[in-house]
Design a protein around this ligand. Structure first.
Ligand SMILES: [Zn+2]
Length: 90
């Protein structure tokens, strides 16, 4: 598991995209160029997916198993908690 995913809310910050040419959306699983991200929220620090508009964009092209593990933590219940939904942060 990548250290980046220790972030409880999976919100990635702009500085984490420095040095990356691609980004992966944890919500819709799209991969696109970082330059395709045109909207940054939270004062310009958090990227918003240009495809699905959720702020679950991770830097780099994630390996399928990493993406699957991240999505499992994001969208499925763990430790008795209710599953997290993108709308929780809307
Ligand atoms: Zn997306």
């Amino acid at each position: 598991m990548n250290d980046a995913f220790d972030n409880a809310h999976f919100l990635f910050r702009r500085h984490q995209f420095v040095g990356h040419t691609e980004a992966t959306c944890l919500a819709c699983q799209a991969v696109y160029a970082v330059t395709a991200i045109t909207r940054w929220i939270d004062g310009g620090t958090t990227p918003v997916c240009p495809r699905c508009q959720y702020d679950f964009v991770a830097p780099g092209r994630l390996a399928p198993e990493v993406l699957a593990a991240a999505r499992a933590r994001l969208f499925e219940p763990w430790e008795g908690m209710e599953p997290l939904k993108p709308g929780d942060w809307a």
